[in-house]
Design a protein around this ligand. Structure first.
Ligand code: PGA
Length: 237
């Protein structure tokens, strides 16, 4: 079955209140395969848009004394997805695979779909250890979770925000590996997106990759016109 590609925007900690309003006014997109992950405080502003919405992070706890955290229980009626395991959460905020696994379980207790990010560092890639590394991440992150509502975003850390992307061949073989690994672990097929410096200049080239099921886009999604053009390229293929 041919599934529509997912085109996701990760705004990270960008855009002011005014910039978000301008973005929304200029974003006349009506597609559920488009997901926006804004800062949590702005999620509600997108409520009249016919797109999918997500949170950039979620607590592993359901509720209680966890200052500054947001739980799946709190956002379950506002969003469709929780982005879990982004490399910035893993490296800057020291999230372990155990925590990430707990976060997936927490999201699933409240019926949120999960976009799980995995990806290797440049040192791992150079040492030819990428597949071992990803394999380990998948085993730990997906331990005892329900795979049916999870999509994976493969984001090599060295490609995020750098303007450098892997070759088409590298992306294709890594995605193939991830799909096979998940199938071995769970018996199920999974959608795998690519993320890391996706932009209007490289999207046509990336679209030649046969097994990519969509994209997770940071910097290039922050300008609504730019993001709309990328959506157009992907949806018109
Ligand atoms: P980038 O970010 O497109 O700016 O590289 C992607 C991401 O971090 O999800």
């Amino acid at each position: 079955m041919e599934r529509k590609k997912i085109i996701a925007a990760n705004f990270k900690m960008n855009l002011t209140s005014e910039e978000i309003d301008n973005y929304i006014n200029n974003f006349e997109i009506d597609k559920k395969n488009v997901i926006i992950f804004p800062s949590s405080i702005y999620i509600d502003r997108f409520k009249d848009k016919n797109i999918s919405l997500g949170v950039q992070n979620i607590s592993q706890y359901d509720d209680g004394a966890y200052t500054g955290e947001i739980s799946a229980n709190q956002v379950k009626d506002l969003v469709d997805y929780a982005l879990i395991g982004h490399s910035e959460r893993r490296t800057i905020f020291n999230e372990s695979d155990i925590t990430i696994n707990e976060k997936i379980k927490s999201a699933q207790r409240y019926n949120l779909k999960v976009m799980l990010c995995i990806g290797e560092s440049i040192e791992t890639r150079k040492a030819n250890k990428t597949m071992d590394f990803l394999s380990n991440q998948l085993e730990l992150d997906l331990k005892d979770v329900d795979i049916s509502n999870i999509v994976i975003a493969y984001e090599p850390i060295w490609a995020i925000g750098t303007g450098i992307i892997p070759t088409v061949k590298e992306i294709e073989s890594t995605i193939k590996f991830i799909k096979e690994k998940v199938k071995n672990l769970t018996g199920h097929d999974i959608m795998v997106l690519y993320g890391g410096s996706v932009n209007l200049k490289n999207i046509e080239e990336l679209e030649k990759i046969s097994n990519v099921d969509g994209y997770l886009i940071g910097g290039a999604s922050l300008d609504s016109n730019n993001f709309k053009k990328i959506i157009e390229v992907v949806d018109n293929q």
